[in-house]
Design a binder for this molecule. Structure first.
Ligand SMILES: NC(=O)c1ccc[n+]([C@@H]2O[C@H](COP(=O)([O-])OP(=O)(O)OC[C@H]3O[C@@H](n4cnc5c(N)ncnc54)[C@H](O)[C@@H]3O)[C@@H](O)[C@H]2O)c1
Ligand SMILES: [Zn+2]
Ligand SMILES: [Zn+2]
Length: 370
């Protein structure tokens, strides 16, 4: 079948809209009609070349849609099922899945290559074989994905909101709740309030933090953070550090969650300085794979017993956390409607990323037309 998709052919070039051929689902695979796709900064890292990926690549890794067809041996979903895609698949049996660490499932090794198991590329077109970002490629009207990337959700959930639970929500919420281990009464600093950071704010608040300090140079982001659970918001790390020192009587924050668009040694240093003894610094935002974004005084780390941790997918287990977070949404404990700033058509995807870079959106969402 044919599908219209947003593709990147070369790093540094704009995303192009192309008509591609899509193969039917083979063993273990499903054909999905994508309805919605979120605009996450990680796609932009691939477009700019900060994250090196195989090209051409169908972009988009936050997606929700309806299963149209299943290949042989598929048991996790059935035709007609509503699904949220998980940007890292989970096989269920590798050592990480088997021990409750699905976010680092071995199947995730191919997310920047974009093929399915068996080096299979369901998308083909003028550029040859096209990968799908994170083995998905949600900026396409249709996709063929592995069943391990699909999480069935209740039919009555609005997929235009649930789509955010494919990346931004679990990544941010889990960075606070799981990676930082936020506890009641904690003081938490969140650096960078985009689609990821706003959910770190929501997670920290839900976990019972006393002080949730949001740091972002943009006023619209600080306002949104205050609306969704931050207790304080500052434009700069220096202002935040002064306030944290005062509100903790000199002890420092319990955790700093770094969700800025492009991670730098400066931001990591600010997070490191914001936490006190036994404090945890969580690195969620990305940069080039080999960029030295950590330049810290190790002896301070030792004598203050600080911890610096990476967080992928918020350390979530998608088959457990995606339905759980959607349950919190239905109960009103997690806000999704409020964090979608704007919607776009697929043809407007470059405009969507221009808006993200200009800081206009907390999260933008592509609404597919069929
Ligand atoms: N680890 C993971 O599993 C994972 C998953 C998804 C996204 N990410 C990464 O997380 C990061 C955030 O993604 P997003 O979609 O929320 O991006 P975004 O661009 O929507 O938001 C980033 C925010 O950071 C702010 N910011 C930039 N520099 C800052 C600074 N020095 N101090 C404070 N705030 C600053 C921006 O104003 C913006 O509001 C990206 O690097 C993305 O690739 C990581
Ligand atoms: Zn993402
Ligand atoms: Zn696994």
């Amino acid at each position: 079948m044919k599908t219209k998709a947003a593709v990147v052919h070369e790093p540094g070039k704009r995303i192009e809209i192309e008509e591609l051929d899509l193969d039917g689902p083979q063993a273990g695979e499903v054909l999905i009609r994508y309805l919605y796709a979120g605009l996450c900064h990680s796609d932009l890292h691939v477009v700019t070349g900060d994250l090196e990926a195989r090209m051409p690549m169908v972009m988009g890794h936050e997606g929700a849609g309806i299963v149209e067809e299943i290949g042989p041996g598929v048991t996790r979903v059935a035709p007609g099922d509503h699904v949220v895609c998980s940007f890292i698949p989970n096989c269920g049996t590798c050592r990480y899945c088997a021990t409750g660490r699905q976010s680092i499932c071995d199947m995730g090794a191919a997310i920047l290559v974009g093929y399915l198991p068996g080096e299979r590329f369901p998308f083909t077109g003028p550029g040859g074989q096209y990968g799908g970002m994170c083995m998905l490629g949600t900026f396409s009207q249709y996709g063929v994905i592995h069943q391990n990337s699909a999480v069935k959700v209740d039919d009555d959930l609005p997929l235009d909101k649930a789509v955010l639970v494919g990346c931004g929500v679990p990544t941010g919420w889990g960075s606070a709740v799981y990676t930082a281990g936020v506890a009641p009464g904690d003081t938490v600093a969140v650096f960078g309030i985009g689609g990821i950071g706003i959910n770190a704010v929501q997670g920290a608040r839900y976990a019972g933090a006393k002080n949730v300090v949001a740091i972002d140079p943009l006023e619209n982001k600080r306002e949104k953070a205050m609306e969704l659970g931050a207790t304080h918001a500052f434009a700069t790390a220096d202002e935040a550090l002064a306030a944290i020192t005062e509100m903790t009587r000199g002890q420092g924050a319990d955790s700093a969650i770094l969700t800025v668009g492009l991670m730098t040694a400066e931001v990591v240093g600010a997070g490191f300085n914001a936490v006190g003894k036994d404090g945890v610094v969580v690195l969620t935002g990305l940069n080039k794979l080999l960029e030295p974004t950590i330049q810290l005084p190790g002896t301070i780390l030792t004598v203050f017993r600080k911890t610096v941790k990476g967080s992928l997918f918020g350390d979530c287990n998608p088959t457990y956390d995606i339905p759980k977070l959607l349950g919190l949404y239905q109960a009103g404990d997690l806000k999704l409607d409020e964090i979608i700033t704007r919607t776009y058509t697929l043809d407007q995807v470059n405009e969507g990323y221009d808006d993200l870079l200009a800081g206009k959106n907390v999260r933008g969402v592509v609404v597919h037309e069929h």
